[in-house]
Design a protein around this ligand. Structure first.
Ligand code: PLP
Length: 398
């Protein structure tokens, strides 16, 4: 049977990493892969995680199975982290969470729940969006539609274009996927006012919002990054959220995330969780425990939560500091175009807005690696490599 299979073209970001590793240039810079890096180019295990792991090593009583819906304490802490303890969907018990393997698992689980409710639903994604959204939503049997989002020339959101596409195309029962904060790949986020206008439109059309929250705490802070999501949750009947702990807890390979459902009633929320459990049971039976146990341990301890908050603020401040440093360094190196727009964006990603040919030349002549769309991971830059990067940009972009 395997002779039926065709070779698969290598994933663009993963093959970029392979090329980067094989490059012997001591000045090489990896701006491709989407993981946080420190000033010295590392992605260390957070101290809060190490302390929680040490605690678990000593105190975890058993490794027996949990439920398909995962760790109850983790699910509750994630709801509190995302919505806040006192949010109306929490006090009236309309919000529930199910543990999933990473943000990807959370998105897949949510997509399969949508398909159970309405297999004809179109899921609208921003153009551009995180590349994996499309296959994973289609993998649940749903149809993808795209809405305008980023204006490459203006280097900002085309909100009018977005609203026009949605107003013209949405059908009752559809789902609109929105990046909660730190849009991947463009870094340009909706303002609170835009979240409000979007909420009104979705209500008017009878359409369910689905928020992908992969970077809470990486934009402006844990609370600020979910202001739009919380507003929306308080003003819609139903909502889905896929949260990831990969970036903000640095737990990438542990695969920790949660699918959250806001339903119209407590009973409907409970039914949704039961259905999510049935879906999970048929795929991975139950999610991996370790990362979720770590997150649960951190969030259950005031001391560890404080350590984690400190580390998260440090990562967030470094990214935001780098954004203005990069824009200024390019200006000082004499690059003609302005990169000040990077200061208005959030999280690790921005499009430089250069051509695929210039991206290719940066790689071949200077060993600077980024995806052909010119999306960079800002956290791949640091005081050491920034002058080299700015000089290369001047030579290639002018
Ligand atoms: C927008 C977005 N959503 C979801 C994910 C998935 O994250 P995870 O590694 O937790 O599956 C990512 C990861 O890069 C992402 O950028």
């Amino acid at each position: 049977m395997f002779e039926q299979l065709q070779p698969i073209k290598a994933d663009a970001i993963l093959s970029l990493s392979v090329e980067y590793r094989a490059d012997n240039n001591p000045n090489k810079i990896d701006l491709g892969v989407g993981v946080y890096k420190t000033e010295t180019g590392e992605t260390p295990v957070l101290a809060a995680v190490k302390q929680a792991e040490a605690f678990l090593l000593q105190n975890q009583p058993s490794k027996t199975y949990l439920a398909p819906t995962g760790n109850v304490g983790f699910n509750q802490s994630m709801l509190e982290l995302v919505f806040g303890k006192d949010h109306v969907v929490m006090t009236n018990k309309r919000a529930r969470a199910v543990q999933a393997p990473g943000g990807t698992g959370a998105l897949s689980l949510a997509s399969r729940l949508i398909a159970r409710c309405n297999s004809n639903a179109n899921v609208w994604v921003s153009n551009p969006t995180w590349a994996n959204h499309i296959p994973l939503i289609q993998g649940a049997g749903l149809t993808i539609k795209e809405y305008t989002y980023y204006d490459t020339a203006a280097k900002s959101i085309d909100f009018d274009g977005m609203m026009d596409d949605l107003r013209g195309g949405l059908v009752a029962g559809d789902v609109v996927l929105v990046h909660g904060c730190c849009h991947n790949p463009c870094g340009a986020d909706l303002s609170l006012e835009q979240w409000k206008q979007l909420t009104d439109l979705l209500n008017e059309k009878g359409v369910t919002p689905f928020v992908d929250l992969a970077y809470q705490g990486f934009g402006s802070g844990l609370e600020q990054d979910v202001a739009g999501l919380r507003y929306m949750a308080a003003n819609v009947k139903e909502m889905l959220v896929a949260a990831s702990c990969s970036k903000n807890f640095g737990l990438y390979r542990e695969r920790v995330g949660a699918t959250m459902v806001v339903s119209e009633t407590e009973q409907a929320a409970s039914n949704a969780v039961d259905n999510l459990g049935v879906v999970a049971r048929a795929i991975w039976s139950m999610p991996p425990d370790h990362g979720a146990a770590v997150v649960e341990t951190i969030l259950a301890s005031e001391e560890l939560t404080n350590v984690w908050h400190g580390e998260l603020i440090e990562m967030c401040d470094r990214i935001n500091g780098l954004r203005s440093l990069v824009a200024n360094s390019l200006k000082e190196a004499g690059v003609a175009q302005s990169f000040d727009f990077m200061n208005n964006e959030n999280g690790m990603f921005s499009f430089l807005g250069i051509t695929p040919e210039q991206v290719a030349q940066l790689k071949t002549d200077f060993s600077i690696y980024m995806v052909s769309s010119s999306r960079i991971n800002v956290a791949g830059l640091n005081a050491n490599n920034l002058p080299y990067f700015a000089d290369a940009m001047k030579k290639v972009v002018g």
